[in-house]
Write a protein that binds this ligand. Sequence first.
Ligand SMILES: Cc1cc2nc3c(=O)[nH]c(=O)nc-3n(C[C@H](O)[C@H](O)[C@H](O)COP(=O)(O)O)c2cc1C
Length: 754
Amino acid sequence: MSIQVESPAKMAQLASPVEIEGRSMAILYGSETGNAEEIAIELEDMARRLHFHTRMDEMDSFKLSDLLKVSLVVFVTSTTGQGDMPTNTLNFWKNLRREKLNNSNCLGPVKFAIFGLGDSGYRKFNWAARKLQVRLLQLGATEFFRAAEADERHNNGIDSIYLPWKEEFKAALLEKYPLPEGTAPIPNDQLLPPKYSVRVMPTMEPLPADKSATQSALYSHVDNPTPLSQRRFEHNQRQDATFPAWEAREDQGWEIRTGTPVDVLDKNNILKDHPSKYSLETTKKVGPRTPLPTRLAIPQGVFAKVVDNARVTPFDHWQDVRHIVFDVYGGEKLISKVSDMRGQSILSIYPKNYPEDVQELINLMGWNDVADKPLDMSNKPKRVFDRVDSQPSTLRDILTDNLDITAIPKRNFIRELTFFTKNRDEVERLWEFLLPGNEQEFYDYTSRPRRTILELLSDFPGVKIPVERVLDLFPVIRHRDFSVCNGGASLTENQYDPDAPNGTLPVFPLRIEILAALVEYKTIIRKPRQGLCSRYLKYLARDTPLTVRISPSRGENVMMPLPTAVQRPLIAVATGTGIAPIRALIQERLEYEVDTQVGETVLFYGGRNRDRDYHFGGEWEYIKGLTVFPCFSRDEKPAALEKKEEEEKKEGGNVWEKPSKTEEEENVEFGIVEEMDPDRGKRYVQNEIRKRAKEVAGLMRRGPVVAVCGSAGKMPIAVRKAFVDVLVGEKLVRDREEGERWLGMRVVYWEDTW
Ligand SMILES: Cc1cc2nc3c(=O)[nH]c(=O)nc-3n(C[C@H](O)[C@H](O)[C@H](O)COP(=O)(O)O)c2cc1C
């Protein structure tokens, strides 16, 4: 295939869309982890090439009245929670649902199209897109093109539906909005002008080379209270300053020990279901250099300081779960806001890239001369935050704080790279990934092994991205949300607010705790995979300052334990780190004990092994009115399991076994089928609920609050079925249908799963 390549030097000759009256498009997205945003970016690129004047933004940044100002609106939204709208659509959605708009036909002139992203493993498949579509039609808007519902479970994921939809959509646009004579669509192999503007300002001298090294060394340890981690702490001095020598040595370590690497990590839950295959065996003795603890000017952000960062799972356990404690300085306002959230709050953390990764990218791109000079960013994405110190950001700063250089590369990114290499072989190889019919190759190279942008760029050394394009090309780092796991507005001893001017009164910081399961695993790529946030949290040291955000639990069915709800019994079901919001709820209820009769609490906790993942298990016996039924799926047959894991190890851990059980058998074991014998399956929470039918039915009669937290997928479905089984079995209702109605009307049923 031969492709005409623009050399970077000729970048000024860009193909610009022409202005055509009555040809404008808004592309509005709702996204939690970036998939919908990525599609919105692609659709905008397509629309610009068809000479539409475009505006692409999160739904929440768009006013309802602005919908009337464009020729077309394309909505791209994922579904989150249990059929919920994504967080960055909630304001827009609230406005759209205002009662006074009913029957107003206020969106009469609006033409729209919707693309939904979902996962058919969830009961409410693509509900966000469906709800949005229904409401827009109710308000008089017209659907310009058929809606699509992409399913992540499809063979090629979202693309299976998206790619053909996009082609049809493009054809419909050209048909209904024909271009004037003499104007043709801009072909895909011509570069469009950048959307954002970045310019290196030549004035500032580069920072001294060792400045960042000295400062970050102060923060390069994990502070754990356990004796083992104490030993780690003592050894945790940087031993080798020249990346990547030390880490690379460590990485080779695990590969030699485990034999052949693993090549498949493409199924949900695979890591959890086959921990011995994918988890890393060693714990590193030396942590990498951590990013500078500079704080970011995040809107509604508050200042926080790390108080503790303790691993709560044993070191030889496959999963590193952290209990991380922060002091948050938000003053009276924050304290009252958190009290209002009543044990259901979310802490958002903004992770950063590590200095060695940033330096590697700078080397690869040849940016060493400009990396530490200030940038003029007159137009930048909203989520590119400045640092609090108000110095102009440098390229190194934004690569550290804002741009996700270790994300899995998406199609847009690869397509743009074709413009920035002079090497024709590279251009052809990059294009190969993008050609129709090559979706599998693209997936095998990117998502399957979880290859990062940085790794892709080192596979294509001819690619040199101009600094002016960085904001257009790299995805922006997304914050990660964690359920706060302590309740009550717990204040710590008075301290001085580090942000306040000298001489002001001491403040009481708010203590906020989270339980974070770090994502670390191996694939065919030699270097272990680590989530960006996991890596950041793993080495987050005591006293590290950072900016965080605290917000109420999302979703439309958030259950607030208001005083009346507190008097009801609570049936809590938690698996693994799902215990975090439940612990917060339990602690929050205790706050009411002084002047209210708090209802009793029953907790069904599900884990694998009592001695490995019974998070906070030691705390329960001290809580009045709480009964706990812990169940551990792997404690029952340790010998058999050990044997199986040994066998997996001998095979080198690289063979993806077909499940030995059929879906139906798995469902029986998992308690999803009706009328099963609770003693037949493993010790899962749903089986335990059936086993305790009498106690559960007793609580059900009293209109309890039911809270189910943990992994999404089969667990919440199985648990709900178990509750219905109990209602039927204990003759509270005649049949399952009535049981479902009971749960809907007589119980406050809250799910928080992920
Ligand atoms: C915590 C969580 C909850 C989800 N809930 C649903 C759901 O209720 N219905 C659905 O169809 N998909 C659900 N999904 C699947 C997402 O919609 C899907 O992964 C999508 O690609 C995410 O796109 P985003 O990155 O733009 O948010 C859920 C995914 C997660 C992680």
